[in-house]
Design a protein around this ligand. Structure first.
Ligand SMILES: [Fe+2]
Length: 212
């Protein structure tokens, strides 16, 4: 078995056309999958906005839907740049995540706060999938020297990470509001110490969308 570093060095010195071809094919099939996923996400976000209870959660989904439409266009630009036909490739992962998101709507009561909590959890799972998909595509684009695609993918990846952060903050607001109400009802009680900090760690998902 060859050492990874040796194989990579040989690839970058241009002596490994098999890998070059293999990585190109991989990039294209991943691109088609993410294109499929992003398009499915645009539709799902509309449903999620409609199903949500509060304006804040509904508006967050609508804003992300708008952004996802731009991300779809960006992917179409990449198809054009690398000179291949724009087409989707089904991805079981996103299909599963979206049917989970639909199930939480069926499982929770319309107009309940639980509905919003469940929708945020489902949305954040989709977001993490997208971050992984775009992150991998970006790495492949860099390896293949697809400079224009690298720039477009990096922009979308940044947006996905931002969305993930916003969802975390939204989820944490559930906890913060609860803590505040408990503090108002029982001043000085130990629950008051449960405010979730939006400090240096707020860019990290705190063990889960609801920070539990
Ligand atoms: Fe997206």
């Amino acid at each position: 078995m060859a050492a990874l570093a040796d194989r990579i060095a040989s690839f970058f010195s241009g002596n490994d056309s098999t890998t070059d071809e293999g990585l190109r094919d991989l990039f294209i099939s991943e691109l088609k999958s993410v294109y499929y996923s992003e398009k499915r996400a645009v539709d799902a976000l509309g449903d999620q906005a409609e199903a949500s209870t509060t304006d804040e959660v509904g508006n967050a989904f609508l804003a992300h839907q708008e952004q996802s439409r731009i991300q779809v266009e960006r992917l179409e630009e990449i198809f054009k740049i690398i000179g291949i036909k724009t087409e989707t490739r089904t991805a079981d992962a996103i299909d599963g995540l979206i049917s989970d998101a639909k199930r939480v709507v069926a499982d929770t009561e319309s107009g309940s706060l639980t509905r919003d909590a469940a929708l945020i959890i489902a949305a954040q799972k989709i977001e993490h999938y997208e971050i992984a998909a775009y992150g991998s595509l970006l790495t492949l684009a860099k390896m293949l020297d697809f400079n224009q695609s690298t720039e477009l993918l990096a922009r979308t990846l940044e947006e996905e990470k931002e969305t993930d952060k916003k969802l975390t903050i939204l989820a944490e607001s559930f906890v913060n509001t609860r803590s505040k109400e408990e503090e108002d009802m029982h001043p000085g009680s130990h629950h008051a110490s449960r405010h979730v900090a939006h400090g240096a760690d707020s860019n990290v998902t705190l063990g889960g969308p609801l920070g539990v």
